[in-house]
Write a protein that binds this ligand. Structure first.
Ligand code: BGC
Length: 436
């Protein structure tokens, strides 16, 4: 196999990722829109508003992706727009997504579709969101409408984006809806996420499988490194292992075995059997950003503390930049899911001055190359994200874009790192292409 200095194979895929609520604007029928209206929830009282006007600038964004040289675009479909009222599907919205997919294909860019990226229609969240027993059939029905509209134009599907981010931010740290702080309550929404994923997985295969076509269906999991803060401290070691077991692996394991079982004494436990979830991942999607050092203080009120390694390089949000972590996690995936194709479905950095983004990208691609050299089938790398967008609780303050957004004109301006990413992709293709 020909390799560039990044040690990536010839057919390695380059991609950028976005999410509907963060880029489209006017997502008025969603739980996130409602959440944003509550004072104090979003930094600086920012609102998603018109976001990046993604629908009006879709062709410009395609041009920018072509200029970058990416071959894949991971985007999400907004359930709150497709089904603004229970059972009422908006055909115009479905047609808009169909047209976007067609325009991508015409430009030679393969769409990868996410069906849930953190937002619910209000009618779902009003009935309990992930706690609601009806969420699974509702999600399956929505999936069916989308699959019937887009059909075999789309091969790679992510049912859910980062289930555990929703659990952590929505049920423990109160920064996402439903805004809870109750670790003991996470098992039910986690089970429902597994059920909803399984239902969507089977729906997609039922509708789209044929002799000549099989969709690839998975989840974009947010995996983090959890290391003990005090290396030889029993409690820190124990807690970091538990974080790894529950945050990183409880859901992926359930998609293999149909069982979700964990126990963090006095804090949370789960014991569910979900047979329909057995073997419902065709690929493993990993979103990787950072690592946490974990401390456990059994006798204090705040028993669990997450911190950043001292002296480490951090990005604008204070997250440690730790490319080695991506390598460690991909290797861990390969142990648990031997031979399963892996996609890095997100990786990126909040870097408004663009000081470190190029290095961030390159170092993470080097880490990926090292895993591929060991025979692990990593198929592609999706950078988060194309343009600066509405960064959830951080509002507009965190800038993850390869392109800077002008909020008055909606103009997208390439940062230096966009040019560097482009060069890196061109060099890769040129070098492997030349030798082929
Ligand atoms: C999410 C994105 C988010 C990004 C940066 C990921 O966890 O999927 O929606 O914007 O991280 O925080």
């Amino acid at each position: 196999m020909n390799r560039t200095p990044l040690a990536l194979p010839k057919d390695f895929r380059f991609c950028v990722t976005t999410a509907s609520h963060q880029i489209e604007g006017n997502n008025t029928n969603s739980d996130w829109w409602a959440w944003e209206q509550i004072p104090g929830k979003i930094k600086n009282e920012h609102r998603s508003g018109r976001a990046t006007e993604a629908w009006n600038y879709f062709d410009d964004d395609i041009q920018n992706m072509k200029w970058l040289g990416v071959d894949t675009y991971r985007m999400s479909i907004e359930w709150a727009k497709v089904e603004p009222k229970e059972g009422q599907f908006d055909q115009n919205v479905l047609n808009e997504y169909l047209s976007q997919v067609d325009r991508l294909l015409a430009a030679g860019i393969e769409p990868m579709i996410t069906l849930y990226h953190f937002t619910f229609p209000l009618w779902v969240s009003n009935q309990g969101g992930w706690d609601w027993a009806g969420v699974t059939p509702a999600f399956a029905r929505f999936t069916e409408q989308v699959a019937k509209t887009l059909g075999t134009r789309v091969k790679i599907w992510c049912t859910l984006n980062e289930p555990m981010t929703v659990i952590a931010a929505g049920y423990i740290t109160e920064v996402f809806p439903p805004g809870r702080n109750n670790m003991a309550s996470i098992a039910l929404p986690m089970e429902n996420m597994v059920r909803a994923h399984a239902a969507a997985y089977h729906t997609l295969h039922r509708l789209l499988d044929s002799e000549t076509f099989k969709p690839e269906v998975g989840i974009a999991h947010h995996l983090r490194i959890f290391d003990p803060s005090r290396k030889n401290n029993f409690f820190d070691r124990y807690a970091s292992r538990k974080f790894d077991e529950i945050f990183n692996w409880a859901i992926p394991e359930a998609l293999k075995t149909g069982k979700m079982k964990f126990n963090m004494p006095f804090l949370v436990k789960a014991n569910a059997t979900i047979p329909e979830a057995i073997n419902t991942q065709d690929f493993f999607g990993i979103n990787y950003y950072s690592r946490d050092l974990i401390e456990m203080h059994p006798l204090q009120k705040e028993k669990l503390v997450r911190r950043v390694a001292e002296g480490s390089e951090v990005q604008d949000l204070g997250w440690e930049i730790y490319p080695e972590g991506l390598k460690r996690l991909i290797e861990a995936i390969a142990v648990r899911f031997p031979r399963m194709p892996i996609w890095v479905t997100e990786n990126g950095t909040a870097d408004s001055k663009d000081h470190g983004r190029s290095r961030y990208i390159e170092s993470h691609l080097v880490a990926i190359g090292e895993t591929i050299a060991k025979g692990i089938p990593v198929k592609g790398y999706c950078h988060w994200t194309l343009n600066d967008n509405f960064e959830w609780a951080e509002g507009w303050s965190a800038q993850f874009g390869l392109f800077e957004l002008d909020h008055q004109t909606f103009k997208r301006m390439p940062r230096k790192s966009a040019t560097d990413f482009r060069n890196l992709i061109q060099n890769h293709r040129g070098q492997v292409g030349g030798k082929a």
